[in-house]
Every structure is written in C-alpha cells, then in structure tokens.
Design a protein around this ligand. Structure first.
Ligand code: ZN
Length: 323
C-alpha cells in the first residue's frame, strides 16, 4: 500500500478533527475506593509503604487508573468517537496498535469510600510519524478522574496506531529437521530477553554451561539471575556451574494453542513445561523432553541437555527418563 502525500495529509486532517471529542463520558468506578483492592495492588507491587494500610490509609496514587477500569465485564460508557477514530485508522491500513506511555497527575489522595467518576477526551492526534515499529499516528487520551465530583487526578494514555514496517513473513526453520526433531518450515521459538542483568546466563548457555548466580557475601545461590542477593541484598556475586542433575518440582502440559516450535516433533503437539529443582537447590522453568508428556510427573529425575532450537538459539532443557 502506498498512498501519496496528499492523501496522507488529508487523513491527518480528518483524524485531527477528533481532538477534543469525548472518548468516555460520565464513567462511574465499578467499586468505591476500597481496602481490598489497595491491599491486592500493594501485594502485587511489593509496596509495603505504611501509608497504604491501617487507619487513615490512602490508596497508592499510581492506582488512579485502576479505579476506572471496566474489568472483564467491560465498559458501557464509551463514546462512539474513539471507535470512529480507530476505524478511520484501520481503513487507512494503520491496523496495529501499541500502548506507548502513560502520564498521571495526582490532585488529591484517594481514600477507602471515595466514589470515582471520570470523563475522557481524545486530547491529541499526532502528525504521521515513522517509528521502528512502523508508520502511524499517536493518539493521546486524557481521563479526568474525580472523587465525589471533585478533581482527583488526570491519566493520560498514549497509543501508536501504525502500519507495521516491512511486514516480514514469519521466520522459517532451516534444514530438513533430520536429527533435530524439528519439522522443516516450523515457526521459530520467540527469543529470550537478554539484558545486562542476565547476559552472563545466556553466554553460559551458548557455551553449554548452566550457570547459577552465587552471592559472594552470604553464599546464597539464586535463579533466575538478578542484580542483587534476595537474602542479604549484596550486589556482589560470582557463579557456580550446575551439575545438570535435577528433578521435576511441578509441571504443566501445554496443549493449546498449538505452537510447533515448542513441540518435540515440530508439529504442534503437546509439550511439558516444568519447574525443575536443580541438585544445587534452585529452581528453573524449562521443558522436559524425551518422555511422553503424560509420563512427566513430580519427582521425576531429569538431566540437563542443551537444545539447539534453531541456528541462533540454544536453550537448556531437561531429559526425563521413564521408570
Ligand atoms: Zn547474599
């Protein structure tokens, strides 16, 4: 799809006409601000700040949007304007969407018992932008949140509606699959996220070594890799190489959706995902191979192997043995 500049500018003019239009009106929070949701949030976030519990507690400010969310049963207060805007972009080929950022402003603390109402407007539509993901338009929605009708905060939410850059066909495996248990033409496994905290782990895997972090202050082993010790807090560490012996601590068998790259025969059959307890005492999530999925069980002894999943990816997996 290639449209001339004039056509695109015309689209921008049509999109811009939605700036200031209502995206949601007279929304009402499904629950009053309440201690149970505050506690669940704090537990999920690991936030133990004393202001959020006990007598006189306030809600964590960052929960602002939570009080406006529709949950699984959805919203009934959306306006047509946002859907129309989205439809215009879809028709023009900008069919993909990614949330890019959110900004919040807090005007007063929220406390258990506060009744939340909110309105949202389409605040801004950007000119056409080209990003690494593709070309499209940023759409900013501003939600004004009130408690008992008084301003409590604003929540700005930005998405990019875009046409993917050079949509590529899905990567294909190379080779015939002979000896690898991988069918020709299967899609590849997703790539692990490698960052500065775990790069050493993946370097070890590439060299067929399973490395466990060890705190050099207190000697605790830890997995997965983290920047600090979860026992004593020390940032100092070295590694020990796992012997490769382990047992299945817990497991699930994945049936759906079928994903050929994960199944041993490359045809999308079920595969076992297990929490392996290594002989050294730490646990890691991996796959159990070499035994039918229905034979994988808690306590099964397993042994480390390195699987070349595709030309660019080596993964630690564990081979089980029946009986
Ligand atoms: Zn430590």
């Amino acid at each position: 799809m290639r449209a001339g500049q004039g056509v695109l500018d015309e689209l921008y003019e049509r999109l811009r006409a939605y700036e200031g239009r209502v995206a949601a009106t007279a929304g009402v929070g499904k629950d009053l601000v309440n201690e149970a949701m505050i506690r669940h949030w704090c537990e999920a976030m690991g936030d133990t700040h004393p202001a959020y519990s006990g007598p006189g507690a306030v809600a964590p400010p960052a929960m602002l949007q939570a009080w406006t969310m529709g949950g699984l049963s959805g919203h009934t207060d959306r306006s047509g304007a946002y859907d129309e805007l989205s439809g215009l972009l879809d028709e023009a080929g900008y069919t993909s969407v990614v949330a890019t950022d959110c900004e919040q402003e807090y005007l007063r603390p929220l406390r258990p018992g506060d009744r939340i109402t909110f309105d949202a407007v389409i605040e801004a539509v950007s000119e056409r932008k080209t990003t690494k993901l593709g070309t499209g338009y940023f759409v900013t929605t501003r939600m004004d949140v009130r408690a008992q009708g008084e301003p409590a905060g604003t929540h700005r939410f930005r998405i990019l509606k875009y046409a993917p850059a050079n949509p590529k066909p899905k990567p294909k495996r190379e080779g015939t699959g002979a000896g690898t248990g991988v069918a020709k033409g299967a899609t590849l496994r997703s790539r692990p996220v490698v960052n500065r905290d775990n790069a050493g782990f993946w370097e070890g895997v590439a060299a067929h070594r399973l490395l466990i972090q060890r705190c050099t202050a207190c000697g605790s082993l830890r997995f997965p890799w983290l920047p600090g010790c979860n026992v004593c807090g020390s940032p100092a560490w070295d590694t020990v190489e796992a012997s490769g012996e382990g047992t299945v601590f817990s497991h699930v068998v994945m049936h759906h959706p079928p994903f050929p790259a994960f199944s041993e025969n490359g045809e999308g059959g079920p595969y076992a995902v297990a929490l392996i307890e290594l002989a050294e005492g730490v646990r890691m999530v991996s796959n159990v191979i070499g035994v039918p999925c229905d034979k994988v069980g808690v306590g099964m002894p397993v042994r480390l192997e390195f699987l070349r999943a595709d030309p660019e990816l080596v993964l630690p997996v564990f081979r089980g043995s029946e009986g």
